[in-house]
Write a protein that binds this ligand. Structure first.
Ligand SMILES: O=C(O)C1=C[C@@H](OP(=O)(O)O)[C@@H](O)[C@H](O)C1
Ligand SMILES: C=C(OP(=O)(O)O)C(=O)O
Length: 442
């Protein structure tokens, strides 16, 4: 979020949530659809694109580097690509707003093109570590000068041809994996990412869909070797973007927590590398039914029927973390109303998102009466067993959409209203969040 006047909002005890809603497009897939379409030779078409600020920042960046991107009246996006190797020198710095995915993936693209790009961002993004992509991209030959601590603003001077790399991911990050693979598109030879812990695989799926020569080999211990042959030629595609499970998460938990609720959430992406929350909530006793499981644009999708449930606390296996990494803030809200103790571990990555999501959730939950303890890499929460939280506090959203939406849902199950100091960040990933909530309260 760039400079804006804050939009505080209060959320209070809700009537039962009922009815059917459709979730907007997946943010991760939307970013990749725009980037790969902009690199194909010819015209691609994308429907269901998430029209949130983060994705619009990606669209603006690809335009600044030469792609033609237009939205048709029926919500179909039409993209004329420049071809791999064809990105143009943008005239000015590229403003990435709040979006870590845009920044890190685009740094990868620029790294192997003969252009120099300065990336800027809002206060939240400017505090996030970029060293994790600077390291491999520098090894491929890009010259990157960053602000202290490897932060934005930073400048990437690409090298073409770049040097192919075999890179073992030091942390479970789909953004780092994707940055290296995208740099590999315009790099002659094989670029390899070695992934000890699987993360979301939308880049791999979509690169293959666009005709790239990409293979995945899995060792007996589960380590994945992703190999991409450059220089790639991408063929334009027609893409249907499924609904975002990370957005659906807020309404799944809301329906489980608000007594009397019975909600149908249509078109939810359930790629196994993203579906961890549904499994964890089911293990806690959540009544979540998958209806009409199908395939949309190469991604598994289903409608979810979710009914109010008595949740029980559990110890969440840290191995599932990458498959629900953005869903922990709302899981913590579910845990605050479950019966007994929920223990989460292995969540160091949550400290480097739009905010330090462990610290911010612990502080906010305590302020509205939850019993929560912060450890180095997780939260320990003793739930109410279904009773409403006290509420009655103002919580800081810290320019973090997921924090804002999590506390909005907490407000629905609190005795006194929960006020979020600024809901504006929600527009980065879920512009119609409040409209859909109102639809379910009618
Ligand atoms: O690749 C992606 O689209 C994303 C990867 C994840 O980040 P990390 O790679 O930092 O884990 C996730 O938190 C983010 O919302 C989107
Ligand atoms: C971490 C997130 O996004 P990004 O890294 O793209 O800012 C998120 O959406 O929760």
């Amino acid at each position: 979020m760039t400079d804006h006047s804050p939009s505080p909002r209060a959320f209070s005890a809700s009537v039962p949530l009922r009815g059917k809603i459709a979730i907007p497009g997946d943010k991760s897939i939307s970013h990749r659809a725009l980037m790969l379409s902009a690199l194909a030779v010819g015209t691609s078409r994308v429907t269901g694109l998430l029209e949130g600020h983060d994705v619009l920042a990606t669209a603006a960046a690809m335009r600044a580097m030469g792609a033609t991107i237009a939205r048709g009246d029926k919500g179909e996006w039409v993209i004329d690509g420049v071809g791999v190797g064809g990105l143009l020198q943008p005239r000015e710095a590229i403003e990435m707003g709040n979006s870590g995915t845009s920044t890190r993936l685009l740094m990868g693209l620029v790294a192997s093109h003969p252009i120099t790009v300065t990336f800027t961002g809002d206060a939240s993004l400017s505090g996030r570590p970029m060293g994790r992509v600077i390291d491999p991209l520098s090894q491929m030959g890009a010259d990157i000068s960053a602000s202290p601590g490897g932060r934005l603003p930073l400048m990437v001077r690409g090298l073409a041809p770049a040097i192919p790399l075999a890179y073992r991911l030091p942390m479970a990050s789909a953004q780092v994996k994707s940055a290296v693979l995208l740099a590999g598109l315009n790099t002659p030879g094989i670029t390899e990412v070695i992934e000890p812990v699987p993360t979301r695989d939308h880049s791999e799926r979509m690169l293959r869909g666009f005709g790239a020569d990409l293979t995945v080999e899995t060792d007996t211990d589960g380590t994945r070797h992703i190999r991409l042959r450059g220089e790639a030629e991408l063929v334009p595609q027609t893409i249907v973007v499924p609904g975002d499970p990370s957005s659906a998460a807020f309404f799944i938990v809301a329906a489980l927590l608000v007594p009397g609720s019975d909600v149908l959430i249509a078109n939810v992406g359930l790629n196994p590398t993203r579906a961890g929350l549904v499994d964890v909530l089911k293990a806690m006793g959540g009544d979540i039914e998958l209806i009409d499981a199908r395939d949309v644009g190469g991604e598994p999708v289903a409608d979810l029927r979710v009914r109010h449930s008595h949740l029980k606390g559990i110890a969440v296996d840290p191995a599932v973390a990458p498959s629900m990494i953005d869903e922990y803030p709302i899981l913590f809200v579910a845990a605050a109303l479950a019966e007994g103790r929920t223990v989460t571990t292995g969540l160091d990555e949550l400290r480097v998102k739009e905010s330090d999501r462990l610290a911010v959730m612990a502080t906010g939950l305590a302020a509205i009466g939850a019993r929560v303890e912060e450890s180095e890499d997780g939260l320990i929460i003793d739930g109410t067993g279904g009773d409403a939280l006290a509420g009655g506090a103002t919580v800081a959203g810290h320019l973090d959409h997921r924090i804002c939406m999590s506390f909005a849902i907490a407000g629905l199950v609190s005795k006194a209203a929960v006020t979020i100091d600024d809901m504006a960040p929600v527009a980065t990933s879920f512009p119609n969040f409040e409209t859909l909530l109102a639809d379910l309260q009618r």
